[in-house]
Design a protein around this ligand. Structure first.
Ligand code: GDP
Length: 207
């Protein structure tokens, strides 16, 4: 017996399906980890970095697919999935459409039983938008663990990056049991191992 979770090979991620609503997602079985964030937060880059696959993020960025829930299997096992949720807040999208995406996202977060944890991406220079906080509240309502990646950490010097991390930690106060946070940079591959450790804990807790 060991407390160390199995190490999954996230490089094996394979596109499964794009779903417009929760109803069209893969069967709600097994275990999945979802990625969410404002558009431009660096979500596609982070998924690329974590899976070492450029094509995955391209899939999610294909016009017409940005509003969809994209599912990827891990290690050829469709009961282990990474889920790329639609980015929110995209400026060029009409308000009504934004609200519709947000309602699909909320629906997914509230009701998805196989969801083991949420990776929430925020630009280290603009953390905790209103909708980020709403997602944290939804996660809290169902006691879903959340791991925040403060992305593009390379854009700040070490001092300000650490200050942003400390400030986010402070603001998380009431959620600290369920929410963890780290600095991340796709450009520098900073924080990748820490992110894997959290993902492994969620995805393979019994190994
Ligand atoms: P998404 O809309 O959340 O999927 O964001 P993207 O992954 O497409 O990234 C948005 C922009 O930020 C792109 O121009 C990326 O090149 C840039 N970006 C993403 N991650 C990093 C990073 O770690 N460092 C830097 N410097 N730029 C990044």
């Amino acid at each position: 017996m060991t407390d160390t979770p199995a190490r999954l090979n996230y490089q094996t991620a394979q596109f499964m399906i794009s779903a417009p609503t929760l109803a069209q997602c893969p069967a709600d079985e097994g275990v999945e980890i979802a990625f969410a964030g404002r558009s431009n937060a660096g979500k596609s880059s982070a998924i690329n970095t974590l899976t070492r696959q450029k094509a995955l993020a391209r899939t999610s960025k294909t016009p017409g697919r940005t509003q969809l829930i994209n599912a990827f299997s891990i290690e050829n096992d469709e009961s282990r999935r990474l889920i790329d949720l639609p980015g929110y807040g995209y400026a060029k999208v009409p308000e009504a459409m934004k609200r519709e995406w947000q309602s699909h996202l909320a629906d997914y977060l509230r009701r998805r039983r196989s969801l083991a944890g949420l990776i929430l991406l925020m630009d280290v220079r603009h953390p905790l938008s209103d909708f980020d906080v709403q997602l944290l509240e939804m996660a809290d309502a169902r006691e879903l663990p959340v791991h925040i990646l403060l992305t593009k950490a390379d854009k700040l010097k070490q001092g300000p990056a650490k200050a942003s991390l400390a400030s986010v930690k402070r603001q998380l106060g009431e959620w600290e049991d369920l929410v963890s946070v780290q600095l991340f940079s796709s450009l520098k591959r900073q924080g990748v191992d820490d992110a894997y450790a959290v993902m492994n804990r969620w995805m393979a807790p019994d190994a």
